[in-house]
Design a protein around this ligand. Structure first.
Ligand code: FES
Ligand code: FES
Length: 131
């Protein structure tokens, strides 16, 4: 029922976990109880580290794992171009009934990057002396 890449990432998820001192965090929680939370650590405009916590089905876990693998090391601009479609393609396609709900990892990553950018903008406003 699931393709080999989905099974492989579900059985051996990469980059799982949290970043306690993350620069950006975002959570997408669906009404059914599924949760996707992404953490990013940023250095020199690049995603130095990407981690996630997920509560969902095997496909959701595989999507989180693949999203983190695709994103780590990328510039912020590159990482913001990782869409749900990019993740789906990298996993060799998703079962039709899983396309929406299980594939929210890229959205959560995008939101985590926005969180970082927002905090950085606020920092700039409150610390005018910083160069
Ligand atoms: Fe939970 Fe779809 S069933 S997000
Ligand atoms: Fe809800 Fe996959 S995350 S069915």
């Amino acid at each position: 029922m699931y393709g080999p890449k989905i099974i492989e990432h579900f059985q051996n998820p990469r980059c799982a976990g949290k970043i306690p001192d993350a620069d950006g965090v975002a959570t997408i929680a669906e009404g059914c109880g599924d949760v996707f939370r992404f953490y990013v650590k940023v250095r020199d405009n690049r995603l130095e580290k990407v981690r996630y916590e997920v509560k969902g089905c095997p496909v959701a876990i595989a999507c989180c794992s693949m999203t983190a693998v695709l994103a780590e090391g990328k510039t912020l601009v590159e990482a913001m171009q990782i869409t749900n479609q990019v993740v789906e393609k990298a996993l060799g396609g998703l079962p039709p009934e899983k396309k929406h709900c299980s594939n929210l990892a890229a959205d959560a990553l995008y939101e985590a990057i926005q969180d970082y950018l927002y905090k950085r903008a606020l920092e700039g406003k409150t610390s005018p002396a910083r160069s």
